[in-house]
Design a protein around this ligand. Structure first.
Ligand code: G3P
Length: 217
C-alpha cells in the first residue's frame, strides 16, 4: 500500500518524508489557499523534495479549460498527477487526457457509479472521500469496499486512493480492504506512528537502564 501526504505545506512535507513510508503528495485548491504562495511555485517546490506522484487540481469547470490546465501542469514536472473533479465536463477531459498519457486523479468521488465511469475512461487514481461521507452519516469505508471489489472483478487498472482521511482507523481499514493508496493529513500520519504503550514502555526501559548504569563491571 502506498501512502501520500495530503498537504501543500512544505515544512510538513520535508519533516514527514524524513520519516520514510511516504510515497507521494496530494494537494487541492483549499490546501494551496492555506499556504499563501502561487500554485506553480508550491508544486515546483514540492517536486524538488518529493520523488513520487504529486497531485495538482484543476479549477476550470469546462473540459477545454481542464485540458489546458492539465497540459500546463504536466509540463511542470514528470511526477505531476492532474486532479480532475468527477463532473460531466471532468469525464470528458479525463478521456482525452488518458489518451494523451497524462496521469490523472479523479477527485470528489462519492459513489461506485462514478468509480466505474472514471476507470473506464482510464483514470490513473480515483479518490473516494471517505471522511466527507461519514460526515453526512453515510459509510465511507463501505464505498472503498464496493469500489475495490468492482475494480478487482473487472481488472480495472485505476488505483483506489482513499481520501478525506479523518483518523488512523480510516487508513487501517483502507489497507484491510485493499485500497492501493491512502492520502493522509500530516496530523493523522503522526497518529499512525504514536502509541501510548510504546511511550510508557520506553520510559520504563530507560528508567531501569539508569539503575543498570550504576553497577560496576
Ligand atoms: O484532498 C482531498 C481530500 O483528502 C480532502 O479531505 O478533509 O477536506 O475532506 P477533507
Amino acid at each position: 500500500m502506498q501512502f501520500f501526504l495530503d498537504t501543500a505545506n512544505l515544512e510538513d512535507i520535508k519533516k514527514y518524508f524524513e520519516w520514510g513510508a511516504l510515497d507521494g503528495v496530494t494537494t487541492n485548491p483549499s490546501l494551496i489557499a492555506k499556504e499563501g504562495v502561487s500554485l506553480e511555485k508550491r508544486i515546483k517546490e514540492i517536486a524538488e523534495v518529493v520523488d513520487g506522484p504529486i497531485s495538482t487540481e484543476v479549477v476550470s469547470t469546462d473540459a477545454a479549460g481542464m485540458i489546458e490546465e492539465a497540459r500546463k501542469f504536466a509540463k511542470w514536472h514528470k511526477n505531476i498527477v492532474v486532479k480532475i473533479p468527477m463532473i460531466e465536463e471532468g469525464v470528458k477531459a479525463l478521456k482525452i487526457l488518458s489518451a494523451e498519457g497524462i496521469k490523472t486523479n479523479v477527485t470528489l468521488v462519492f459513489s461506485s457509479g462514478q468509480a466505474i465511469i472514471a476507470a473506464k475512461n482510464g483514470a490513473t487514481y480515483l479518490s473516494p472521500f471517505v471522511g466527507r461521507l461519514d460526515d453526512i452519516s453515510e459509510d465511507g469505508m463501505a464505498l472503498i469496499h464496493e469500489i475495490v471489489t468492482i475494480y478487482k472483478n473487472y481488472d480495472y487498472k485505476t488505483k483506489v486512493l482513499a481520501a478525506s482521511i479523518r483518523h488512523p482507523r480510516h487508513v487501517i481499514e483502507s489497507a484491510q480492504l485493499g485500497a492501493d493508496v491512502a492520502t493522509i493529513p500530516p496530523a493523522i500520519f503522526e497518529k499512525l506512528i504514536k502509541h501510548p504503550l510504546t511511550d510508557k514502555g520506553l520510559k520504563a526501559f530507560l528508567d531501569d537502564w539508569e539503575k543498570v548504569k550504576k553497577l560496576q563491571v
